[in-house]
Design a protein around this ligand. Structure first.
Ligand SMILES: NC(=O)c1ccc[n+]([C@@H]2O[C@H](COP(=O)([O-])OP(=O)(O)OC[C@H]3O[C@@H](n4cnc5c(N)ncnc54)[C@H](OP(=O)(O)O)[C@@H]3O)[C@@H](O)[C@H]2O)c1
Length: 391
């Protein structure tokens, strides 16, 4: 049965990066006197070794999640109450080791390495998740030395071939979102799937997951990332800086066949061009055109004629995260070695400002994820993945 944390092994205070309000990176304040959380009933206390960065950290910090056009709700809200309150510890994709358990949790879990299913699920339903809130937003996350999370969402992953930082790069924020994009659109083996924003966390997950499902991913990215994306599984890579005659470019690599479904992380003006690739010859299709949308890296507003949507019967799916079932399927694939980590670099927790700047201005060789490692764990879990020029 459960035990409380032992004072001699778990310090009363810990280092953490506190988000103190909406704004620029100065709202992130590094402190070493934050109270260490205690695991409640049903929870484990995790000593964090690596937490992957996601776009959502920046967006939540900057208040870029309006769901009303006047901007009075700057982040995800339950009813009218925002769940993001300050100070908050961000960081969703957490890897670490269990150091204590709350009541009702098997003490045999102490010592296990795990990866967090980052969702704050509203209920126990396994096949639906209607509240896209998560650790690092509506509750404290992994930019700290310790975090308390539900025992049943901290999945044991032994796999010694994966370092902790690599495991964090396989985190659910990207992978579960990607998988839910594909399941929402009912992607089947053999289908041609256009993946936009292909080099990012969700894009690289989509390419791998398409291959697991037997589908054929076509990537939209930049030329200098093309060979890495093909190696990851992309059938072909299109240059997003040259969207002229995009449908013709697609036809040239598909042998004239339409794209079956688009996984859109880019939005803005490009989405209409993506739709073109699905509808140019409806008689050549075997299924309805499908558009899954989970991001808007290229713009939050798209102008699309509704007649194109309903006359061509384009099915549109808004996607946020995914379900418990989908998280568990992904964990099985990680355990089975079917998903490969795409880790760009690790940064120290105290250098999160530097990591944020790097993430926003990242260069052309950037692929996959950045991982943040507590300073106390840096030598073991961070240094092997540091970028030479910024180590
Ligand atoms: N709905 C959800 O639950 C959920 C969960 C995770 C992420 N997201 C959202 O999904 C999107 C992707 O997330 P991510 O974590 O994969 O982000 P990421 O790692 O930052 O990757 C985004 C990629 O989009 C491309 N891109 C960036 N700016 C662009 C522009 N102006 N026009 C066209 N392409 C551009 C870049 O890829 P290339 O260089 O290869 O083109 C970039 O690597 C973000 O908008 C994020 O907020 C949503």
């Amino acid at each position: 049965m459960g035990s409380r944390p032992q004072p001699d092994t778990v310090p009363a205070q810990m280092a953490a990066m506190l988000l103190t309000g909406h704004g620029d990176i100065d709202t992130l304040v590094y402190r070493q006197d934050v109270s260490t959380p205690q695991p409640a009933a049903g929870e484990v206390l995790v000593k964090v070794t690596a937490t992957a960065k996601n776009n959502t950290d920046r967006k939540a910090r900057e208040g870029l999640y309006p769901t009303k056009d006047k901007g009075e709700v700057a982040s995800f809200a339950m009813g009218d109450s925002p769940t993001l309150t300050f100070p908050r510890i961000q960081g969703a994709d957490i890897v670490g080791r269990v150091v204590a358990v709350g009541d009702g949790v098997d003490s045999g879990r102490v010592g296990q390495r795990g990866l967090l299913d980052f969702n704050l699920y509203a209920d126990a339903r396994r096949d639906i998740n209607l509240t896209p809130d998560y650790y690092g937003h509506g509750a404290d996350g992994g930019y700290a030395e310790y975090v308390a999370v539900p025992a049943d969402q901290f999945h044991h992953i032994a796999n010694p071939e994966l370092s902790d930082a690599q495991l964090a790069s396989l985190g659910m924020c990207s992978y579960q979102t990607a998988y839910h994009m594909l399941t929402s659109a009912g992607i089947k083996a053999g289908e041609r799937v256009l993946v936009t924003g292909a080099s990012g966390g969700v894009g690289t997950a989509l390419i791998q997951l398409c291959r697991i499902l037997g589908a054929r991913p076509y990537a939209l990215s930049q030329p200098d990332k093309a060979s890495a994306l093909r190696e990851l599984g992309a059938e072909a890579v299109f240059d997003r800086s040259d969207m002229s005659h995009f449908t013709e470019q697609v036809k040239a690599v598909t042998g004239g066949a339409p794209i079956d479904a688009v996984m859109d992380l880019v939005g803005g003006e490009m989405t209409d061009r993506f739709i073109d690739t699905m509808i140019f010859d409806m008689q050549a299709r075997a299924s309805y055109p499908r558009l899954s949308i989970a991001g808007a890296s290229g713009g939050n507003i798209s102008e699309i004629m509704w007649t194109r949507i309903y006359l061509y019967q384009v099915q549109i799916f808004g996607v946020s995260h995914g379900t418990r079932e989908e998280a568990e399927q992904l964990i099985d694939w990680i355990r089975g070695g079917q998903l490969k980590p795409v880790l760009h670099a690790a940064f120290r927790l105290s250098a999160l400002h530097k990591a944020e700047r790097y993430f926003v201005k990242r260069g052309s060789q950037y692929l996959g994820k950045i991982v943040i490692v507590p300073d106390s764990e840096w030598a073991t879990h961070g240094a092997p993945h540091a970028l030479e020029e910024i180590a």
